[in-house]
Design a protein around this ligand. Sequence first.
Ligand SMILES: *Cc1c(COP(=O)(O)O)cnc(C)c1O
Length: 402
Amino acid sequence: MTIPRRPLPADARPDTLAVREGLPAGPWGENSEALFLTSCFVHPDAATAARRFANEEDAFVYSRFSNPNVTIMERRLAALEGTSGCIGTSSGMGAILLMVMGLLKAGDHVICSRSVFGSTIKLLQGEFGKFGLETSFVSQTDVAEWKAALKPNTKLLFAETPTNPVTEVCDIQALADLAHEAGALLAVDNCLCSPALQQPVKFGADIVMHSGTKFLDGQGRVNAGALCAPEAMVEEKFVPVMRSAGMSLSPFNAWVVAKGLETLSVRLLAQSARTLALAQWLESHPAVERVYHPGLASHPQHALAMRQQNGHGGAVLAFNVKGSREQAFSVIDATRVCSIAANFGDVRTIITHPASTTHGRLSEAQRQAAGIGQNMIRLGVGLEDVEDLKADLARGLDPLAA
Ligand SMILES: *Cc1c(COP(=O)(O)O)cnc(C)c1O
């Protein structure tokens, strides 16, 4: 893209880029980014319009595929992920849709962990299965299973780390090496960590996928998504599909996410610290059977997680109450501070029963394979005082221990 950038020192660091990267200010010199709610852009003459539509000259043309607010968000996110390119999408699922449409065709093979986000499994297996894409689902943590699943037509390995909700961590570098030896690409869903904690390209990933709906917005306002990748891949593989298929990020939502990125790092560090405190407290509660959080020493991939995630566990945890669905529901229903909802990445703590909501469309066998029991509760920890959150959970947990 030859559209000018904000003039920043070439060595500006991530915290600076998070609040400064984007487009130059408009003619009025606004300090906070303006909103460009316009579906199309005006050209000085017909010949210029023709050049711009033919991609011979970079300019904003039509908001299905180019808009200043979307560009600001894309540049800021790319700067944080450490990729040369980024493309915004209408949602996280829209990002996976765009990735598969842009990179794969009928007869290609994908390897994916069986513990990824429920809708990701549905999209790859169900929707794309109808069009002749083949997907093998393998263990999140056993690299040998990924290796054994490789075929001559394997084009993409898709990983999510940590997974939602069980926070299993996979070895990004090992999967990247495997993919590259086989001539395939590695895509990583970085929703649970965000680039504030983990940059998958540092460990060899080729594409980083995001749901902007989660930590990037950070205040639970909009749906958004993105793919971060080398600029050439974005231009050659993704932009043409976006132009034809239109899973576009709305300018308003892009603006919200771009503002959210400004506080991403401070929010994530604060929320991650609260989550660890809560995880440790839950681990000691007699009504709790097991706690899942990569920051806990008891987490099976604790050491790997600390290496990949800059020493932070992240702001999502899950726990199993002793009992079944009835006991889990009673803990959820006793809360007065937490929001009973199905999201995370918000400054407000959200409590979820994955088996009946986010992962409700999976079969019981698929849920078992992903380790999601009826007694599991997920918390997307926000910025409330952690003592208030402990008290909120104790309201339901204490009676179960009695
Ligand atoms: C939420 C989520 C998605 C999907 O994002 P949407 O913006 O809701 O479409 C994908 N992967 C993970 C890990 C998620 O948590």
